[in-house]
Write a protein that binds this ligand. Structure first.
Ligand SMILES: [Zn+2]
Length: 480
């Protein structure tokens, strides 16, 4: 078998919970959690005789997501019933969109091995989420309808991805765009963002698609990549050993690291879609679409280009910073207030990222304002403190939220810039280190490092290292 003879073809269906306050067709809260069946009413539990009313914000959020992903927006759109029986769906149908989705023909740019590639979006439509089944040992299955009627958008891509790696890159990019557009919190651990992976393989050079399988409801980027890797290998192995691929829905089992067959894949006609008679068509006038377009923030791709040209940071650093809107905003405020934007980006990437990682916190939870990071950078730029003292100050800022100026003042951390004091100290160190001095004078330039180490120790790191070296060399060279 040769894995290299095959091309992998992947498309995704991404479900994203919108962050509206109330559900799509009733006034119930969309808050995550709560005791089972406490966030529901007769409408979201599908009681006979109730009528849904569409939440206007759902349309606005979906249009925002559509515009942010370069979609066309339908001025006329409608909702349809998707019929299927499952206990988590009290009406036995889901209100979704069939032939006239709200957004269509979009695209998202991703960067794969340094090359820009476009992933097409077939459509984005709105729909309602289902409830959740809880399987309790000995008690059978219970159902919680709190999530029922929470608004979702489903983002369907073209089969444009060609490797599991591209799936990971695309999902990161999409998450970043959705966060920028402020339509979802994208918390994967709470199910706000989940995806179905559709995958097939074909011999390289072939233009026809192979039979695809679908892996449902994957709630982590990592799992999506792993599921795609496993499934591609499984399909190639099956074909190479003379078997055929069955069109089916499979489940990713993360514990075993395999995909498992669930059921044969449904076709659209299995759902007997028909127009939802209880809801009016959705009319979105051009003016409204333009108004929403104007309200969108600058997207990550554009920010990246601007940060490189305006602040002189490297493309790699810009990528890391613009991935999250919170971090990008933080960087920009700090960069504007500081004397050196590049140093600001260095502090974010080395110190702030690792602290957030260590504390397992999200980008929004930096314990001090960006202006204070700028203040710290300026103290270093103005030679008031050294870089190593800067790190100590930073650690205290993280603990206490205090301003760097206050910390430097309280702890007396100002750099010693009195040349006279440093010269005296240097003379002292030189006279008590005869052997090191002899080494230096005989040509071992490195020896000066040991003298400098002692100076830094004496000054508790508060001397300017460059100045210390200069002073030491001055005195030593006079001894030659
Ligand atoms: Zn309700």
């Amino acid at each position: 078998m040769s894995y290299q003879d095959y091309e992998i073809v992947i498309g995704l269906e991404v479900h994203c919970e919108l962050k509206t306050e109330s559900k799509i067709f009733c006034g119930c809260t969309t808050k995550f959690g709560g005791d089972p069946n406490t966030h529901c009413c007769p409408i979201c539990t599908g009681m006979p005789g109730t009528l849904p009313v569409l939440n206007e914000n759902v349309v606005e959020y979906a249009v925002r997501a559509g515009l942010a992903t370069n979609c066309k927006i339908a001025e006329f759109s409608k909702q349809d019933r998707k019929n299927y029986f499952y206990p988590d769906l009290p009406k036995a149908y889901q209100v979704s969109q069939f032939d006239l989705p709200l957004c269509y023909e979009g695209e998202v740019e991703i960067e794969v091995n340094g090359e820009v590639k476009k992933v097409g979006l077939t459509r984005i439509h709105i729909e309602e989420d289902a409830g959740k089944l809880l399987h309790e040992a000995g008690e059978g299955s219970l159902v919680d309808y709190n999530r029922c009627g929470v608004p979702l958008i489903e983002i369907v891509t073209e089969p444009d991805m060609r490797s599991p790696e591209e799936v990971g890159i695309f999902m990161q990019k999409l998450r970043s765009i959705l966060l920028y557009s402020d339509v979802s919190d994208c918390k994967m651990n709470e199910g706000s963002l989940r995806c179905d992976v559709n995958l097939s393989v074909r011999k390289k050079g072939s233009t026809e698609f192979g039979t695809r399988t679908e892996m449902k409801n994957i709630n982590s980027f990592n799992f999506a990549v792993k599921a795609a890797e496993y499934e591609a290998k499984r399909q190639i192995k099956t074909i190479e050993s003379g078997g055929t691929i069955v069109q089916e829905t499979r489940r990713w089992d993360d514990v075993k690291g395999v995909t498992v067959s669930m059921r044969s894949k449904e076709e659209a006609h299995d759902y007997r879609y028909f127009p939802e008679p209880d809801l009016m068509p959705i009319i979105t006038p051009k003016e409204k679409i333009e108004e929403i377009r104007k309200s969108l923030p600058e997207m990550p791709d554009l920010r990246k280009v601007r940060y490189i040209s305006e602040y002189g940071i490297s493309p790699k650093d810009a990528d890391l910073i613009v991935a999250s809107r919170n971090m990008a905003d933080y960087f920009e405020t700090a960069a504007k207030a500081s004397k050196n934007a590049k140093t600001v980006s260095n502090w974010i990437i080395t110190e702030i990222f690792s602290k957030l990682n260590e504390d397992q916190k999200e980008e929004g939870s930096i314990p001090f304002k960006p202006e204070l990071l700028a203040e710290l950078v300026n103290l270093i730029e103005e030679d008031i403190i050294s870089n190593s003292i800067g790190k100590k100050v930073f650690a205290q800022m993280w603990e206490t939220g205090k301003s760097p100026n206050t910390i430097v003042e309280e702890e007396g951390l100002k750099q010693i810039s009195d040349d006279g004091a440093l010269i005296d100290m240097a003379k002292e160190v030189i006279s008590s280190n005869e052997k090191v001095v002899a080494d230096y004078l005989s040509g071992k330039e490195q020896a000066v490092q040991s003298l400098m180490g002692q100076m830094m120790k004496k000054t508790k790191g508060q001397a300017n290292p460059k100045k210390v070296i200069d002073i030491l060399k001055d005195i030593l060279n006079q001894m030659k």
